[in-house]
Design a binder for this molecule. Structure first.
Ligand SMILES: C[S@@+](CC[C@H](N)C(=O)[O-])C[C@H]1O[C@@H](n2cnc3c(N)ncnc32)[C@H](O)[C@@H]1O
Length: 258
């Protein structure tokens, strides 16, 4: 029969960078809690990990702000956001009205375009791998990528190019592991949807957090049991006391840091 390890053992097994960070920031009690959560996270099945992320509705997020959005209802194309997730993202975007936005993972530019059209005075930065990216000659192999089928089949920014909003889109080409995030100006709203491995999700999120000095709104796509790395990352930031939630009925995780 399985015996739960003692509390000190669970604490010891859960020591990692995230829990040490909690120790430095918030003291021993938070450290103990962060260690046991990290230990728990390391034993999670994908559905355990998902169940540990509490939900929040779009209505709760926008509260009394009642944003008015505009979006076309379109047929789904592999790799894009489905209509109900686009609705959630645009509602939060318009409620927040940031001056600058950063999307990691442009793909065809469906979401880029809708964000730019719904922010008539804003600038949307969006970054994707160079058009000639080839995994065989990838100089950034230290972090594992995924979605090679999407990388191969993309026409970066196809959907927003030749539309009036294109003048407010800044297309960047580079690997988010080595790209200079300061090119995303003063972005305070982040849609993180590039590579969905744990390593990329963590690296991209930390860089966004640093760019906005820890004061921003963060959305991560693919927070579902098909993407364990995203859920592992979300639970890791939650263990640091950050109240990341999954938006009800979607695979989008949400956090407003301040
Ligand atoms: C799921 S698609 C993004 C969909 C898009 N955000 C949308 O809502 O329509 C993922 C995109 O991330 C890009 N990508 C993957 N790894 C990346 C990396 N390391 N740096 C930048 N872009 C990356 C892929 O080329 C692909 O176009």
């Amino acid at each position: 029969m399985y015996q739960l390890p003692s509390l000190p053992t669970r604490v010891l097994l859960g020591v990692n960078l995230a829990s040490l960070g909690a120790l430095l920031r918030s003291g021993p009690r938070r450290f103990g809690r962060a260690c046991t959560r990290s230990w728990q996270a390391s034993r999670d099945t994908p559905s355990d990990a998902l169940a540990r992320i509490p939900e929040i509705s779009v209505g709760e997020i926008v509260g009394a702000r009642r944003p008015v959005i505009q979006m076309p209802v379109t047929q789904y194309e592999n790799g894009m956001l489905p209509n109900h997730e686009l609705l959630a993202l645009l509602s939060i975007l318009v409620a927040e009205s940031p001056k600058e936005v950063l999307e990691i993972g442009t793909y065809m530019g469906h979401t880029t375009r809708q964000m730019a059209e719904n922010l008539p005075n804003g600038v949307v930065h969006t970054v994707d791998l160079p058009e000639d990216f080839a995994s065989e000659s990838d100089p950034n192999r230290t972090l594992p990528k995924d979605d090679f089928h999407l990388i191969q089949n993309r026409t970066v920014g196809r959907e927003y190019k030749n539309s009036p909003c294109a003048s407010r889109v800044r297309q960047h080409l580079g690997d988010s592991a080595s790209w200079d995030f300061s090119q995303a100006g003063q972005s305070t709203f982040f849609f993180i949807d590039g590579s969905h491995t744990y390593e990329y999700c963590k690296s991209d999120s930390e860089k966004c957090f640093a760019l906005c000095n820890g004061r921003g709104v963060f959305l991560w796509h693919d927070c579902d049991d098909g993407h364990p790395g995203v859920m592992q990352f979300v639970n890791e930031w939650r263990a640091m006391g950050r109240d990341l939630r999954r938006i009800a009925g979607t695979a989008i995780a949400y956090w407003k840091s301040a």
